[in-house]
Design a binder for this molecule. Structure first.
Ligand SMILES: NC(=O)c1ccc[n+]([C@@H]2O[C@H](COP(=O)([O-])OP(=O)(O)OC[C@H]3O[C@@H](n4cnc5c(N)ncnc54)[C@H](OP(=O)(O)O)[C@@H]3O)[C@@H](O)[C@H]2O)c1
Length: 338
């Protein structure tokens, strides 16, 4: 069985293809032959050695797969061999075969491709938690999505469209037309313009109801200022700590130094909320996640959205996938096909 290992902290070339033995299945698990593995920005942070939750290097990255059940562990009655499924994996997804606790496995609809299914779990559950569960997004709300063209960004755009929000989004200019076609009302070229100024102008200086911030650092206080009273800021990433392909402690420290804390008194007096999201920390609370996924599958079934898979790579080309992502070329999802 082949897997991609992060052999040491560094640029994409540290991702190495290695032959290993098949993982033994444990009670309560399903063994899945992987058809597609999702690539996520958190894999990049792990590869650079700046992801706090990652296991010690060397390890196999990967948070999500789609494939077919090839063995059913003791005590599992809801699945059988041959079921087409997708799953959340707490690392290890860049593999030909994975074993996953059955509570983190979801059945695919008959017409759901492996590519669509592998593009769903991490991005759409994160966006759902940010917008619906914790962000309380309502029809007509003004929503600002940073990284609007990324995996979580496009998922947020799809969910925001279903709810009926007015959407602002930051992205590199070459992706604006694509984003408009996906439903973004106000694309903002954050690389050449100050998004704070643009949004204040577009909203008659009122600001927005909800902001999804995966950048962090200096963007936190900037986004806080952009909230109108009753507005909520969801912090869920650290992209601004990783502008390059190698770890830079100077950048990481600068990012940390820009974090601001807000006292309850300040939040009360401003009528604003700050929300933190880390979906991976909920992987051991499947009873929370499963109803969210059920809603997403229903929306998929009703054709209210389809994940956008930008590009697929052979498993052996994982390094090329990381380059593509860090060169900011991707729109939506990148997948590895074992
Ligand atoms: N907390 C959670 O539960 C959770 C879950 C999933 C993801 N996340 C976080 O959400 C963020 C987005 O993740 P994702 O997997 O959706 O992203 P992605 O698809 O990998 O997004 C890549 C895009 O982000 C933009 N970007 C902004 N800063 C970047 C940088 N420093 N390096 C490379 N690209 C950058 C680029 O588009 P433009 O050039 O158009 O801006 C790029 O094309 C990450 O910070 C990730 O860690 C958090």
């Amino acid at each position: 069985m082949r897997q991609i290992w992060i052999s040491k902290a560094g640029p994409p070339e540290v991702l190495l293809l290695r032959e290993g033995s098949e993982p033994p299945i444990r009670s309560g698990e399903l063994k899945i032959r992987v058809e597609a593995s999702g690539v996520n920005f958190a894999d990049v942070l792990g590869r650079m050695g700046i992801y706090p939750d990652a296991p010690a290097i060397p390890y196999v990255p990967g948070y999500e797969v789609a494939g077919v059940v090839i063995e059913v562990g003791q005590g599992v009655t809801q699945f059988k061999e041959g079921d087409k499924v997708f799953a959340l994996t707490r690392f290890g997804g860049y593999s030909e075969i994975v074993c996953v606790p059955h509570k983190l496995v979801f059945k695919r609809l008959e017409w759901m491709s492996a590519a669509d299914a592998a593009a769903l779990p991490l991005n759409y559950l994160t966006a759902y938690q940010c917008l619906v569960i914790m962000g309380s997004l309502r029809p007509g709300d003004k929503l600002l999505i940073h990284n609007a063209s990324g995996g979580v960004g496009l998922a947020a755009l799809d969910i925001g469209k279903i709810i009926g929000a007015e959407m602002y989004g930051t992205a590199s200019p070459g992706k604006h037309e694509f984003l408009r076609q996906r439903g973004l009302h106000h694309p903002i070229d954050y690389r050449h313009e100050d998004y704070e100024r643009v949004i204040l102008e577009k909203t008659q200086r009122k600001g927005v109801h909800l902001i999804l911030d995966p950048l962090g650092g200096a963007h936190g206080p900037k986004n806080y200022r952009l909230l109108m009273p009753t507005g909520r800021l969801v912090q869920f990433g650290a992209s601004a700590a990783a502008p390059g392909k190698r770890r830079s402690w100077f950048t990481v420290l600068g990012w940390l130094g820009n974090i601001r804390s807000y006292t309850p008194l300040k939040l009360m007096s401003d009528n604003k909320g700050i929300i933190g999201v880390n979906i991976v920390h909920l992987f051991d609370q499947a009873e929370l996640l499963r109803p969210w996924m059920q809603q997403l599958i229903e929306w998929y079934d009703e054709a209210l959205f389809r994940p956008y898979v930008d590009k697929t790579f052979a498993l052996a080309d994982a390094a090329a996938a990381h380059h593509f992502l860090q060169d900011r070329q991707n729109k939506g999802k990148l997948l590895l096909l074992p």
